[in-house]
Ligand binder design. Sequence first.
Ligand code: S3P
Length: 166
Amino acid sequence: MTGPRAVLVGPMGAGKTTVAEVLGERWGVEVRDTDADIVAAEGRPVQDIFVDDGEAHFRELEVDAVARALAEHDGVLALGGGAVLDARTRERLAGHRVVFLDVGLSEAVKRVGLGAGRPLLLGNVRARVKALLDERTPVYESVATIRVETDGRTPQDIAAEIMEAL
Ligand code: S3P
């Protein structure tokens, strides 16, 4: 199938954006990110779209952004962490080279970076990240061609494993 060389999926803090950059450099191809596409088209940050128009509106923009990127882009594509929750997106991913960047709870919380030095907030971030990981891991597994562990590994090491597997 034509389309992206690799599509990276996984939770916030899995390193999708960073690993996509490394793969893009190594393969000598362009990197595209659906969050960045949406922000560019809307002229406002993701957080503002959530706050002003609600998550459901963001998800509709995301479904279209993913569909466009899958059709247009032949480099590395990173999806937002929640993109695979939409059935239309999951169907469109079928047949593509989809990489699930897996991350453990503590590592994800550390990488997301919120709540450092604020135990109360950190507790909430951890609970929220846990809920998202529990809910979404089976969905990432269901769309993935391969699953790559990211805990305690450098983006370079992760990219090397992906390049070997795809
Ligand atoms: C989201 C992940 C974000 C962004 C939005 C929602 C999610 O992308 O799309 O804040 O639902 O997991 P990253 O995974 O790139 O942080």
